[in-house]
Design a protein around this ligand. Sequence first.
Ligand code: DGL
Length: 274
Amino acid sequence: MNRSPKILVFDSGLGGLTVFRALAAQRPDADYVYAADDLGFPYGPKAEDEVTALVLAAMERLIADRAPDCVVIACNTASTLVLPHLRSRWPEIPFVGTVPAIKPAAEASQSRLISVLATPGTVARDYTRDLIGKFAGHCEVTLVGSQKLAGLAEAYMQGESVADGDVTAEIAPCFVGHDGRHTDSVVLACTHYPLLLDSFKRLAPWSVRWIDPAPAIARRADHVLSERFPFHEIRDAGFDFIFTSGAAPEPRLLKTLDVLRRSVARAARPRASA
Ligand code: DGL
């Protein structure tokens, strides 16, 4: 097809920007629509039925209005629940999800002590338990359901200051040590958390591998698109930002979004057409 693909990136809030960043580096030729369900945020503490209903309702509007070629659900809390519903409602659209990166964490761990830092919803999902059973049987896995981190990441992105003590309290349960072994890998299983990664690294009691699945998700999206949309020449990719409430982003957030877009454009490397 002789045009660029349109990719809809969806999250409950601004966390999906960490996935957008990787997507835009992988496919700088694509047009992007980023949608944040600020009306539904936070998804983490909500009941499963409620999250499913929120995502399906938002998708009905977004898909009808924007006609994307691919949808990336840049939210673990939603992806661990709604992907089968979305795929059966829109069988013609490829949906790429974001699920806890337990497999790479278990493969990389030397100490066989790994932690999954996620929302309370994601740590409670059958999906997450199944991933652990399938890929991390040889590891001791600590599930940490954070009540506050997604909200702290939102505040940070809006330009507010985030207290070190609040972050430390949320990440502390990830660090487990016994019998001379220590946690060496922590899965960032909420797309909001890489926004606070510098603080995590600075405040961690010891150094660990922080596993962010964004580059793998971007490669997956590229793969599902590449047949219909071979890599196109790089140009100024479109970027639209939508809050489901209809609110306009605050000036400080607009500035952050602009910086993010520019850094992505700078990082983009031309590559040969597929
Ligand atoms: N960014 C979302 C995730 O990856 C969750 C944030 C929320 O609680 O809404 O799980």
